[in-house]
Design a protein around this ligand. Structure first.
Ligand code: 4NP
Length: 232
């Protein structure tokens, strides 16, 4: 597309008549290829990535006059799960959400990560108890712990999903403005089968049943998150 002028873009599907730039070799786009808004005329709100969905060849429109139809590609949904240590709840949410997204065939539409408020376990695999309990349900809980980075993570992610009220207050306190603060949401607000729960409690000092309960809540919340964001 580098060697073409694009003009006449309009509509919900974007129609463009394209012409070669003189003295340059022309490589035409193919159906199914994508291009970004840089290649489109700057006028109008053309932001993001576009997919070429149909091409009418010059035979119909005359030499070098192609009619392309573009459809706007949806942006990735970027979700960051947060808990205190990033070795129990949030890496489990990371694994559960990733598996649900993959199973729905939506891998390319989501970016999923997790982080901890504290940095005590940075570089470690998740707690062995969460890895075991997750594996029994078919999840690979293997995120390497990292600490939440307010300087980058508020910009990098669309939503920051916290496990409890302490996490909520800690992350909100690190927000630089109201727009960043609004990205912080609570996992318990997405629960459907556990509507009475007000947090995903920390299982770290608990027993096996506490890890299972955390996974029950996480599965419940991730199902609702997937239903919500898959439609965005
Ligand atoms: P998480 O659990 O926040 O679900 O990862 C914890 C893990 C470690 C600690 C606290 C909570 N800790 O104090 O080391």
């Amino acid at each position: 597309m580098k060697n073409l002028n694009v003009s006449g873009v309009s509509g919900i599907s974007y129609l463009a008549v394209i012409r070669p730039i003189p003295q340059k070799r022309v490589t035409l786009l193919k159906r199914g290829e994508s291009l970004c808004s840089r290649n489109l005329p700057s006028a109008g709100g053309y932001h993001g990535h576009y997919l070429v969905t149909s091409i009418l060849p010059p035979k119909i429109l005359g030499e070098w006059r192609f009619l392309l139809t573009f459809e706007r590609m949806k942006n990735k949904v970027k979700l960051l799960f947060i808990c205190l240590g990033n070795i129990c709840r949030s890496p489990a949410a990371n694994a559960v959400m990733q598996q649900k997204v993959d199973a729905a065939g939506l891998t390319d539409r989501f970016l999923i990560d997790s982080a901890g408020i504290g940095g005590w376990h940075v570089g470690s695999l998740p707690d062995i108890r969460m890895r075991d309990h997750g594996a029994r349900r078919g999840y690979r809980v293997d995120h390497i712990a990292r600490q939440f980075d307010p300087a980058k993570d508020f910009d990098r992610f669309d939503y920051i999903i916290v496990m409890d009220d302490d996490n909520y207050h800690d992350v909100c306190r690190m927000a630089h403005n109201e727009a960043q603060r609004r990205k912080v949401i609570k996992m318990c607000d997405w629960l459907d089968e556990h509507r009475g729960a007000t947090s995903v409690p920390d299982p770290y000092y608990g027993q096996g049943k506490d890890f299972d309960y955390a996974l029950d809540l996480i599965e419940d919340g991730c199902t609702a998150l997937l239903l919500h964001f898959a439609g965005e």
